[in-house]
Design a protein around this ligand. Sequence first.
Ligand SMILES: Cc1cc2nc3c(=O)[nH]c(=O)nc-3n(C[C@H](O)[C@H](O)[C@H](O)COP(=O)(O)O)c2cc1C
Ligand SMILES: [Fe+2]
Ligand SMILES: [Fe+2]
Length: 401
Amino acid sequence: MRPVEISEHCTWVGALDPQLRVFDVVMPTGEGTTYNAYLVKGAEKTALVDCVKEKFMPQLLANVESLIDPASLDYIVTNHTEPDHGGGLATMLEHAPQAKVVISKTATGFLKGLLKRDVDPILAADGDEIDLGGVKLRFIWAPFLHWPDTMFTYVVEDKVLMPCDFLGCHYCDDRLFDDKVDDFSGAFRYYFDVIMRPFKEFAIKALDKIDQLDIEMIAPSHGPILRSDPKAYLFEYRERASMPSPRKPGDPVSVLIFYASAYGNTEKMAGALADGARQAGAQVATFDATQIDIAEVLPMIEASDGLMVGSPTIVADAVEQIWSLLSHLITIKVKGKYGASFGSYAWSGEAPMMLTNRLKELKFRTPLEPLRAVFTVDEDDLAAARKFGADFAQAVKAGAK
Ligand SMILES: Cc1cc2nc3c(=O)[nH]c(=O)nc-3n(C[C@H](O)[C@H](O)[C@H](O)COP(=O)(O)O)c2cc1C
Ligand SMILES: [Fe+2]
Ligand SMILES: [Fe+2]
């Protein structure tokens, strides 16, 4: 796609990737994506804000070449070094050997790791500006959105904020602007949930930081450029980053139980755990992990205080659905929540131990040893499970005070 002027000094020079169906291995992208890069031209100097994925560099280069001689580029701003933007930097530097790379201080090590050579970058401090002649770039540190190195670039005179992946989404439409493309609200929400939600405290900090900034247009690294009502998108991010609202003192703690069960034994344990936890004053919900939509339960897990996961031992392992649930917890914040595991088994019974180890690795607090029942779950097992559920709820209550 040809360059698109987005403001007086800024031109979109990125690349479209409409065929992409999975981003970063983990993220389905039904609508493809765009790698947005922007050329900012002042009276004296020119800067490129971000590159694109290496494979798409021919598109970016053609766009830049149609506007300027790449060798005349003065700066290449790298808002964050992930290869979907930084991947093309080495190639860009071959075409613009004089250009200075501008990064945050935190990106120093990443840049070395990415390029495998020294390029003597400019380390932009928070609030630093570069004057291009009639137009200035201001750099705003916004760490962990979603990498430690992330910064935003604000084009002062044009009032254009280039916030890297923040406020972006995987949605490919060559009409480029939010008021021209079709409804991308689902992709926008999904991107927040998967990429930004684990860092929502940092999102709030960044939103506070740019609160007073005069923003006419938000030009993120992926998806539509937001110009119809930039404040509304910032507001939506603030709302989503503020969820769930903290539990008020006096409200019951909440415990969620997820299990899988081939013959019903682990399921019976789950029921008894729920009874015990309820009797101890927790609010409890129980789910068969083979029947859930993980995207739907993740916000519930995030809002909960404790999580119990149960699996029978099948060939010396826990079952896939439970592992899958745990592997999706990377998209929410779970550190400090309470966790426990349980399951029925016939001879070796590894699953509950493996699950508690995983919960520990995910930084759950695990006050109880895993609960195991040998084969058919009987009254004794159920009584033990009720006690376990109650003990767990008590630990959660004590910790939640
Ligand atoms: C295919 C298969 C593999 C199994 N492998 C193991 C195993 O490696 N170790 C073990 O202790 N039990 C093993 N079991 C036994 C189950 O863990 C046991 O039947 C348990 O009670 C099932 O719990 P559920 O009723 O919740 O499905 C296996 C069962 C099946 C069907
Ligand atoms: Fe990224
Ligand atoms: Fe990205």
